[in-house]
Design a protein around this ligand. Structure first.
Ligand code: AHR
Length: 501
């Protein structure tokens, strides 16, 4: 045995909020149009939504879905997307240099999310708009009836309010690329005013204020401090966003991306708690990690090059990364990092859901399929119930250029006392060596084990239109449970889930 782990049901990090298994649908590329929505597709229902995609979203186990952006939201007029379709305007989407037809808006998306069993996390536009428009969409969405906008919703065919509980106050307002980007002070004041106004309408809303769009932003840390000093009493969450890809072919550092995510989370927690101390506040601000994924940004052709507005396309193929086994192992590691912080990361959104840096791909008129990353998400969402346990992990280390020596094995364990079940998620970050780990689970009192591993001799193998199930998790036949002690061998570059009951 080369690595050891001890589990104790009494050592609890925190209860896992289901919202950690959220995702993100932005009006971007083919996420909405030719993604979840394709009237005329053989599987489409009367409303034009593809039922094959809906089935995959349900299988993925997605809790809350952030909508409608992303960079898109900072130029969006929500009212364009409601009412009779034939009257909805076509607009230029400045974020993605596309044409937005507004065929899908709040009411249609709310029906779709209800059908897939997900909650909406709605983002308001604080790029080109402000307090009044946020109040308007809140009234339209959540007021029962008897006011101009709630009655308009009813006239548009939605009798019951959407009752959206969690709202994002804009998107990535620290990013120079964002429409309406300004200083932290500018944003803090607008977000604070908007939050207070929205709470005047409904004090129980849960509000997410924008943190940095990455820990590498020049204003990271100060942005969080300034924004929270202004909004601390009026919001519940601060957001984090991060995307990983290998830099200059450095796969060892890429495999250790979760080390970076851990540091990012710890830094934002420290900043939020610093503001808490300054304010002598009793309240704790949690993290909404509402954009995370592997994204090959370097392969992305900047849409800003398409300057001729007459040629902006509708639903172009944008950000359609095809994920490998290697990517899925890194991705599984990011889920481990999120779960490890269950006490403070109480919402998260995998960016995104369909076609755009997504676990689910579709072909117009053709099939929908699962990318490699689909599997760690679906399995973790299903098995990770109850609480996250504190771990005693003893692992050999491996050198990385970006993060120094890191443990070869990364792991997190969850425990559900009521169901009498537990799970352990593991990655082996070594590019060359398998590793055997011994897990002392004797204090959990479990008697049965199943283990599955995502791995392939070709770490670059991926699922495609022609070979959609090339990469799937397989039972890990090395796994044993004896006298409460698990032993399992983890192949190089692999992700493993162990279910105990
Ligand atoms: O998820 C893709 C984009 O990444 C989002 O629109 C934006 O918020 C982020 O920069």
């Amino acid at each position: 045995t080369q690595a050891h782990l001890t589990l104790d049901p009494h050592f609890v990090v925190g209860r896992i909020d289901r919202r950690v298994f959220g995702s993100f649908v932005e009006h971007l590329g083919r996420c909405v149009y030719d993604g979840i929505y394709e009237p005329g597709h053989p599987t489409a229902g009367e409303d034009g939504f593809r039922t094959d995609v809906m089935d995959l979203v349900r299988e993925l186990g997605v809790s809350a879905i952030r909508y409608p952006g992303g960079n898109f939201v900072s130029g969006y007029r929500w009212e364009d997307g409601v009412g009779p379709r034939e009257e909805r305007p076509r607009r230029l989407d400045l974020a993605w240099h596309s044409v937005e037809t507004n065929e899908i808006g709040l009411d249609e998306f709310a029906r779709w999310s209800k059908a897939v069993g997900s909650e909406i996390m709605y983002a308001v536009n604080l790029g080109t708009r402000g307090v009044q428009e946020a109040l308007d969409v809140l009234e339209y969405a959540n007021i029962h009836s008897g006011t101009a906008l709630s009655d308009q919703r009813i006239t548009n065919g939605t009798i019951e309010p959407h009752d959206i509980r969690i709202w994002c106050l804009g998107n990535e307002m620290d990013g120079p690329w964002q429409l309406g980007h300004g200083t932290a002070q500018d944003y803090a004041q607008l977000a604070g005013k908007t939050a207070r106004a929205m709470r005047q309408l409904d004090p129980d809303l849960e509000l997410v204020v924008c943190g940095s769009s990455g820990a590498n932003m020049p204003t990271f840390g100060e942005w969080e401090r300034i924004v929270l000093e202004e909004t601390y009493d009026d919001v519940d969450f601060i957001s984090c966003h991060v995307y990983y890809e290998p830099v200059d072919g450095d796969l060892s550092s890429f495999l250790a991306s979760a080390v970076n995510m851990d540091r990012f989370i710890d830094s934002v927690v420290a900043t939020a708690d610093h503001v808490k101390a300054l304010r002598r506040s009793e309240k704790t601000i949690n993290l909404s990690f509402d954009e995370w994924n592997v994204w090959y940004v370097s392969r992305y052709v900047d849409v800003d090059r398409i300057t001729d507005v007459t040629s902006w396309p509708k639903a172009p193929r944008l950000l359609e990364d095809s994920y490998s086994v290697l990517d899925a192992v890194v991705f599984g590691g990011l889920l481990i990092s999120l779960l490890r912080h269950a006490d403070r990361v109480t919402a998260a959104s995998l960016a995104q859901l369909v076609n755009v840096i997504a676990p689910i791909m579709t072909e117009p008129g053709g099939p929908a399929w699962r990318q490699t990353t689909f599997h760690p998400f679906a399995i973790t969402s299903r098995l990770a119930q109850g609480v996250t346990l504190e771990l005693k992990l003893d692992s050999p280390t491996t050198p990385t250029a970006l993060y120094g020596d890191v443990p070869v094995v990364d792991a997190v364990a969850t425990y559900d006392e009521t169901a009498g079940a537990a799970s352990v998620f593991l990655v082996n970050r070594s590019l060359t060596e398998e590793i055997t780990i011994e897990i002392d689970a004797s204090r959990l009192g479990m008697s049965e084990l199943t283990a599955q591993t995502l791995h392939d001799a070709d770490i670059h193998a991926r699922n495609t239109l022609d070979d959609p199930d090339r990469v799937v998790p397989a039972p890990n036949t090395s796994a044993r449970l004896q006298d409460g002690v698990i032993t399992v061998t983890l192949p190089a570059v692999s992700w493993t889930a162990i279910a105990l009951c």
